[in-house]
Design a protein. Structure first.
Length: 112
């Protein structure tokens, strides 16, 4: 017994753990854990997912339609706080500054 949110989490975790794309349909069609395991074993041996690798970019990358919309709305009303999501987090304990800087640098490197 579960719901679609739990099923989505299961499929997501299986996809990461098995390094393969697991469709939601497979989870619902498998009549047992053994059937699901058999399906997973038959797919992961083939390497169903291509690894993401960085590429050099020589030309300007165009905006997606969603990015174009946000850019237009910002130009139309530059003082609108619509896309601001403020929040506060209270942290306790000692902070590893080097680890924080490395994590931020990693995000910046991956998201040009």
């Amino acid at each position: 017994g579960g719901n679609s949110l739990l099923a989505t989490q299961v499929v997501s975790r299986l996809s990461v753990a098995m390094d393969a794309r697991v469709p939601m349909r497979v989870l619902f069609e498998a009549s047992s854990v053994q059937a699901l395991s058999t399906w997973l074993e038959s797919r992961t041996a083939a390497g169903a997912r291509t690894p993401l690798l960085p590429r050099t970019r020589t030309e300007h990358i165009p905006l997606s339609y969603a990015q174009q919309r946000i850019w237009f709305l910002n130009r139309f009303d530059p003082h609108s706080p619509v896309y601001n999501i403020p929040f506060a987090v209270r942290l306790s304990g000692t902070m590893d500054t080097a680890a924080l800087l490395a994590a931020i640098a990693d995000v910046v490197d991956r998201h040009e």
